[in-house]
Ligand binder design. Structure first.
Ligand code: FAD
Length: 340
């Protein structure tokens, strides 16, 4: 157990802002670049350094990329027992690293892996965790990390601090923060860490990895999203949106109501319990604009809403609002595009 004793460790002993550099099959996850951008801002404010923590097997070629995206240091732990993510293996190595190097702040993407890993690291390190944050700031007065996340079903935003323990830890929703710009001139330090992890430390064994079907789109990476809500009325409505999206080079998103009705897979869901997106163009068709949906798409560059109710809240965040039946409007747009 890598528990940090708060009696023998003072806050001043904890330095630096760490980012867990989640990689899958040797590819850094997009949220890591978002966290590096955020970590850079926080570290500059605190006058501290940014470190990325990279675990895996034969992943040292990724260190340079992390440095070019804002890391001053990369702690790298490589071992064949770390080749695939396991809760036991990764949480043990990262909490040992935390106990040895004492970071002040640890940021982890709120991916499936991050959501599994972060609470275990926090528990092993004897500190708190604010999960699923959508905003991070440094308090101008005392330098504490202010971690903001939706609470009570998204009806309020709660700002949380970790007053008595270190490190301050958060998981951060993918797609919310801006990605760090790549700077090819940046240099940094790579610190090899001996993970000391044995097969018997890991209680699970990965027998097989089954990949998602190919048409499962990553809506978080799309420039154009055409989203359907309950207003579609049925599953077949998504065929029309699919056609529309294809025409304009986009992908299909969905509200939770559409997903809960079984009309489309959850991987398409936009919002608080789905994915946060910020495409160049977001077209909401038959979506009312509930706060939990809007939280996940309000930062889109340009929003078009089609809704037959002129008072639908979605019009408050829309740049263009079209009042009418989507089944009249969408086919007409497709027809126009066909003629272009
Ligand atoms: P509705 O609210 O029913 O709206 C349908 C709209 O379609 C209406 O405005 C109607 O006027 C319009 N309409 C109907 N027919 C037509 C037509 N022919 N042409 C044009 N317009 C038409 N929701 C999410 O989307 N994402 C989330 O991640 C999410 N997370 C949640 C988490 C929690 C904890 C909770 C409590 C709720 C969450 N919700 C989420 C649910 C959210 O509160 C709403 O219930 C949901 O977003 C409503 O989906 P909707 O807009 O498709 O349906």
């Amino acid at each position: 157990m890598a528990y940090i004793d708060s009696n023998t460790n003072k806050f001043e002993d904890f330095k630096g802002v760490w980012v867990f550099a989640e990689q899958r099959e040797g590819k850094i996850m997009p949220v890591v670049y978002e966290l590096l951008g955020e970590a850079r801002k926080i570290a500059d404010k605190l006058n501290e350094k940014v470190a990325a923590v990279l675990l895996g097997n034969n992943v040292d070629r990724l260190t340079e990329d992390l440095i070019k995206h804002g890391a001053d240091k990369v702690y790298i732990a490589e071992d064949e027992n770390l080749e695939s993510f396991t809760t036991d293996g990764y949480s043990k190595v990262i909490s040992n690293l935390i106990s040895e190097y004492k970071p002040e702040i640890v940021l982890i993407g709120a991916t499936h892996i991050g959501r599994d890993l972060a609470p275990r690291i926090a528990a092993k390190s004897g500190t708190g965790l604010t999960a699923d944050c959508t905003n991070l700031e440094i308090d101008d007065e005392d330098g504490k990390l202010l971690m903001t996340r939706p609470a009570f079903g998204g009806n309020i935003m709660a700002t949380i601090i970790c007053p008595n323990h270190r490190p301050q830890m958060s998981t951060v929703r993918p797609g919310v923060m801006k990605k760090a710009e790549k700077d090819d001139t940046r240099t940094g330090e790579v610190i090899k860490y001996e993970p000391n992890i044995k097969e018997e430390d890991i209680r699970t064994q990965i027998i097989n990895v089954i990949k998602k079907a190919k048409n499962d789109v990553a809506i978080e990476d799309a420039d154009i999203i055409v989203t359907g809500g309950r207003g579609l009325g049925n599953k077949e409505g998504f065929e029309l949106l699919e056609k529309f999206a294809k025409k304009i080079g986009g992908v299909v998103g969905a509200s939770r109501a559409a997903v809960d009705n079984g009309w489309i897979d959850h991987s398409h869901q936009v919002g608080q319990t789905g994915t946060t997106v910020r495409p160049k163009l977001y077209i909401a068709c038959g979506v009312s604009g509930a706060i939990q949906h809007v939280t996940g798409m309000k930062d889109s560059d340009f929003i078009v809403a089609i809704n037959k109710n002129k008072d639908a809240p979605i019009f408050k965040v829309a740049d263009i609002g079209i009042v009418g039946d989507l089944y009249n409007i969408v086919p007409k747009i497709i027809e126009k595009l066909d003629k272009m």
